[in-house]
Design a protein around this ligand. Structure first.
Ligand code: FES
Length: 182
């Protein structure tokens, strides 16, 4: 069973159980990826998600997390490296996943619980499973957390390239905001 790496190893990481881990700076990269999303009931429209470099595998050992904005400034997300295969994971061991940090109940912030490896909302304690595509396990949240699409290139650079599901409070994930600096 894939467990949170930080739970298995060194206590030296100096994190509390409901800790917020250090945010690593963002770096950008160019290009764009075309995705098709459904708008309204019937008509499919093409939307373009940016391809944004968010980090490198060498700086994200198992158990580490990384917070970053995507696809627009202020749309906060959390990346987790479990270090072992999880649903939808990328990287050599398929253990890296990323989700919107906005709870699908009322938009409060979710963060990793290092003990359980779950993403938990600070307001009403909805529990999401990041190993199962952000599925809701407990609490009032009506939907899974939106999961980001990630890609890793041959240099180990990790890119966010899309998002599945509507981010809380948004009418469209790509509208009404400023692009993340690349
Ligand atoms: S806002 Fe997250 S459970 Fe209510």
């Amino acid at each position: 069973m894939c467990e949170m790496e930080g739970n298995r190893q060194s206590p030296s990481e100096d994190v509390s159980r409901r800790s917020v881990l250090k945010t690593v700076g963002l770096a950008g990269a160019a290009a764009a990826v075309s995705l098709t999303v459904l708008k309204g009931k019937a008509d499919a429209v093409s939307e373009t998600y940016p391809q944004v470099k968010i980090g490198n595998i060498k700086n994200l050992p198992a158990g580490k997390t990384l917070k970053f904005d995507y696809p627009l400034v202020g749309r906060k997300n959390i990346l987790v490296n479990f270090g072992c295969s999880v649903e939808g994971g990328v990287g050599a061991d398929k253990g890296i996943v990323a989700y919107s940090s906005f709870c699908t109940h009322l938009g409060c912030s979710v963060d990793i619980d290092k003990e359980s490896g779950m993403l938990i909302c600070e307001c009403h304690q909805s529990v999401y499973d990041p190993k199962q595509s952000g599925k809701v396990l407990e609490g009032p949240a009506p939907n899974s957390l939106p999961m980001l699409s990630l890609e890793v290139d041959k240099n180990g650079d990790i890119y966010a390239v899309g998002a599945a599901g509507l981010i809380y409070g948004m009418r469209n994930n790509l509208l009404d905001g400023e692009e993340v600096k690349k």
